[in-house]
Write a protein that binds this ligand. Sequence first.
Ligand code: MLT
Length: 419
Amino acid sequence: IILDGKTYSFPVTEGTEHEKAIDIAKLRDQSGYVTLDSGYKNTGATKSAITFLDGEEGILRYRGYPIEQLAEKSSFLEVAYLLIYGALPTQSELDNFSHHITMHSLVHEDMRKIFDGFPSSTHPMAILSSLVCALTGFYPKSIDPVQSKEEIDLNIYRLMAKISTIAAWTYKNQMGHPLNYPRNDLDYCSNFLYMMFSFPTEQYKVNPVVARALNKLLILHADHEQNCSTSTVRLVGSSNASLYGSVSAGINALWGPLHGGANQEVIEMLESIQRDGGDTQKFVDKAKDKNDPFRLMGFGHRVYKNFDPRAKIIKVTADEVLKELGVNDPLLTIAQELEQAALTDPYFVERKLYPNVDFYSGIIYKALGIPTQMFTVLFAMGRLPGWIAQWKEMRENKEPIGRPRQIYTGATERDYVEI
Ligand code: MLT
């Protein structure tokens, strides 16, 4: 068979037309003529100018700016602007962006009726994705396939603003506590912490170290090129689905334990080590067991062959937060002992099994008193500007509707036999 001027040998000489077709499909795969991209998962399937990631070198840049500089110097809203609009904002652009987000932080009172229907046992991610999608009902123009730049911007401000109010509601629902209205005199992170932790009988005082740590965590999670949730947002959006509908789908993708749930698994692992008596060396040794290795959660990363640059930054933040809050939690002692083993034991160092971003983020959230089921909600808040940027880029590039390629591997044609 000749494909693109190259000759390939044809392995099937016998068989039905259908079987030959399958073999040709396989051959096309091997020849690289068409690459099987199973389930639209291959990062190469998307052209994007938003985030650069080099897993070999441990490099992560948003719009060309190294993550280290952004995490150190900028605010989450500045990074959100950078991701969504492609350039760092001037002071007046940032003020304007922040002003719009602050002004849209209230959620329509009728959304409370939907929210009130959720039992307190509902996973916060279910409420978050449902209410984000429900925004389409309150802003029906958001479902128009053709919208002006102003209309799109308005939906972006609304979503950026309301996600933190809704996220705080999901926590209050779990706790059975009254809701707090947003406070427009506070910055984005402080307002969120206030809505989460303030109680009518005890006003929460925002600790600046904690607010700074949250700012950093949100920046570090703001985008990570193509992955399960981001591809979902692009794929859903490619059908001209609304921003709210597309992001709601992304929230559901992130919810899965293999994606956003990883830091929850870290805390659950620490709890199981604690239940076992808290001997970390025992689990370090078990992790090295060739026959039946114990899986240390939060170590190593699928993409980063070196160190996850986000983890380096977040480790310092975790140390700062633990020191500031003076928390005396045996779980955090276990985490610190495991981290020490991973950073010094040649077995882990040689295999590059460093603690990753999920290891440290779970520890910070735990120290802040955020329940484990809320960890993924915090991830979604951080990832929102990335999802918006990816959705917007996909629309601006006028990308065609997504249609993952399939290679059929099922039965050939069969005659129906009556039973
Ligand atoms: C992320 O930040 O999205 C995660 O590390 C998952 C990934 O990129 O595959």
